[in-house]
Structure formats: C-alpha cells, structure tokens
Design a protein around this ligand. Structure first.
Ligand code: AMP
Length: 361
C-alpha cells in the first residue's frame, strides 16, 4: 500500500499554481474535465486512439497521453509524465475495470483524489456488506446455499459484466434447473457456478443517489439522482409474455445510459441520513473515510422501503446526467454545479487552505 508520506513527498514536488486534473478517457471523463476547466485547472486525458474523437470534438483535454491499453498508466514513464504535469488523478469506474485493486493501491505513484483504502472494501462483496450494514442500511437478504431459497432470488456471478449470466429463481429446485440451463447454454461455466452469490430479489425500482463527501466542509451533499437504462432488461417488457417463454429470455443488464430522476421529497430524509451514515462508518473503517463522490445503488419498493445492494466509493457515470446542473445540485449551489465541477472545487479549496494532503492519497 502506498503510504500518505509517499504521496506527500510526491506533492512537495508539484507546482501548486499549475495543477492539472487527469483521468482515463472514458466513463465520466468529460464530466470531470469540464468541471476542472470551469474551476481553472488544466486537464490531462490518458486516451486510446479509437476514443480520441471524443476529446477532440468536445475540446476538453489540454493534454492527450496516448496508450494502447489503459493498464499502461502503471508504466513508470507514464507515471513520471503525469507527475511532471502536476496531475491529480480522479479515479472512475474504468480504473477498477482495467486495473486490479492491488495495482491501484500498490503500484500507482500519482496522487489521487479519493481514498485508495476504500477500494479494498468496495471490491469485496463481504466487506462491502459489512460496511453498509454497519452504517444501518437495509440490504437484500443473502442466501448461503441454494437449499435456503424461500423467495424470489437473483443469482449473481462474481465480476459479471452487465449481469451476463445472472438469473432469477424462487426455490432450490428452480435454482438448480435454471443453473443447469445456464450451463448448457454456455452462459455460466461450471467454475463460475461454484462462486454464485444468491441474493433476495427486491421488487422495486432502481434509484441511484449520488453524494459528495467533503472533508473540507465536513459534510455529505446529495448532488443528483439517476436510474439506469439497461439492455436487455429494459426491453423485455416490450416482448409479450408468451414469446418470452418460448425463447426463454434471461435478463442481462448492460448499461447503455442513465436517466435523471427527482424523488418524492418524503424519501429525502432517509436518503440523506444514509449518505451521512455511510461516510461516518467509512471514517471508522478506513480513515478519513470517503473523499469526494460516492453512490448508493438502491431499489425502492412500493412500501416504500429502500434497499441498498451496492456502493461505489468514487464518481459513477450516473452523475453525467447532472452535467450543467441537477435539481439537487441546483438547490444547494444554484446553476452550474455537478460532480466533475464539485471535485475541482474541493481541490481548489483544499489548495487554498493548504490542505491538499487531506484529500489525496
Ligand atoms: P449489479 O450487477 O449488481 O449492478 O446488478 C445488475 C442489475 O440487477 C441492476 O440493474 C439491479 O437493478 C438488478 N439487481 C441487482 N440486485 C438486485 C436485487 N437484489 N433485487 C432486484 N434487482 C437487483
């Protein structure tokens, strides 16, 4: 694990008047770059050839560092270049998709806005559950063995992209029958089948509140809410039930985009408390807790009850719905506040108060 002393030493060589905000060119990079520029920072994009059109057309990257693969950000020369440009890295979903937690916590010697320690908590389903339960959140019940299934469940594969190979079942017999079918159809390997996570299926709607944990202001802000637009699950309702049965459709959850949401105001007290409690617990398990953006992935039932099935302790792509502003960001800041800009503002404020060490790891 890279220590805070090592990061402090790196920062001492940085020119604080010429800081740049950098990230990998994908996910929420446009959001991060726009926010950085609006707060007066230079921007650095680590980019693949095939994606450069995005950053050329929108003109949001001052420096394009070309790579074949995103994992090249671990190369010594590239790290050196990032440091020479006084870059603070903002991690997003592509970092954990293309690099392991170990690589990010042990081998990447560029200051990051965020708490690297929490990557370990986020990557491990058990630890994540422990964190969220400790924060008092309601989680879907998990089943240790298929024999215990007594209600509708969702079976999840470890690290499945887009929920490929997920399936639903409502009894042990149903579970084994479905599992066999999935194996026969080549959607699940026998090896995967050993490591399936069985979770109560919560009947409700997807709601993803986006928070910002400010260490500078000692506050957790709600900056936006979105829901996901997923293929093919959001299309299945358009196929009549008779045909669904005939072609034995299994839902997949490949995320295609995000849709902004505003919620019943009566849901806000609980959602705001949930954000505060998640940060309070994070401070205990991995001081100083979450630095910057995080998102809870929830399902809200018709009661309404809020179930949390996952946390992302970093910026999520759902915040892209708020580029410009969102109702919640507007309520707090007026126009032109959104996650990318909020990050840059926090960095700016930290520099001004000579507390940059407190918000990078
Ligand atoms: P995940 O891969 O965990 O992000 O889940 C993919 C999709 O499955 C999301 O769109 C969720 O809405 C849905 N999902 C995950 N867990 C549950 C659950 N316990 N109950 C109902 N739907 C779920």
């Amino acid at each position: 694990m890279i220590t805070s002393e090592e990061i402090s030493t790196l920062l001492k060589k940085y020119d604080m008047r010429r800081l740049a905000i950098g990230t990998i060119g994908s996910h929420s990079a446009l959001n991060i770059f726009k926010g950085a520029k609006e707060e007066g920072f230079k921007t650095v994009c680590i980019c693949r050839e095939k994606d450069t059109i995005v950053y050329r057309k929108f003109q949001l990257a001052d420096e394009l560092i070309m790579v074949e693969e995103f994992s090249e950000i671990l190369d010594d020369r590239l790290q050196e270049k990032l440091r020479a440009l006084n870059t603070l890295i903002v991690p997003h979903g592509s970092f954990t998709a293309y690099l392991s937690t170990e690589q990010l916590t042990n081998d990447f010697y560029v200051p990051m806005f965020g708490n690297r320690q929490l990557l370990n908590w986020e990557a491990d389903r058990e630890k994540q559950g422990e964190w969220l339960r400790k924060a008092g959140l309601k989680l879907p019940k998990t089943f240790k063995s298929p024999e215990e299934i007594d209600r509708l469940i969702i079976a999840k594969l470890q690290g499945a992209k887009g929920g490929r190979g997920y399936f639903l079942a409502n009894s042990p017999e149903h579970f084994y029958k479905k599992l066999d079918e999935m194996i026969t159809r080549g959607l699940i390997s026998r090896e995967d089948a050993q490591r399936i996570h069985i979770q109560e299926y919560v009947l409700g709607v997807n709601v993803y509140p986006q928070y910002f944990s400010s260490l500078i202001n000692d506050d957790v802000e709600l900056l936006g809410v979105d829901k996901r637009y997923e293929s093919a699950v959001d299309a299945i309702g358009r196929v009549p039930a008779a045909e669904q049965l005939e072609i034995s459709l299994s839902p997949t959850y490949t995320i295609i985009g995000n849709i902004p949401l505003t919620l019943r105001e009566s849901l806000l007290p609980e959602l705001l408390r949930m954000g505060d409690n998640v940060q309070k617990t994070a401070r205990e398990i991995a001081p100083p807790g979450i630095i910057g953006p995080f998102c809870l992935e929830t399902i809200i039932t018709d009661k309404p009850e809020i179930y949390t099935f996952e946390i992302s302790a970093r910026i999520v792509a759902g915040t892209n719905v708020g580029i410009g502003t969102s109702p919640y960001a507007y309520l707090k800041y007026g126009e032109k506040m959104y996650m990318g800009r909020r990050i840059a503002l926090e960095i700016k404020e930290a520099v001004k108060r000579k507390q940059l060490n407190a918000v990078v790891t």
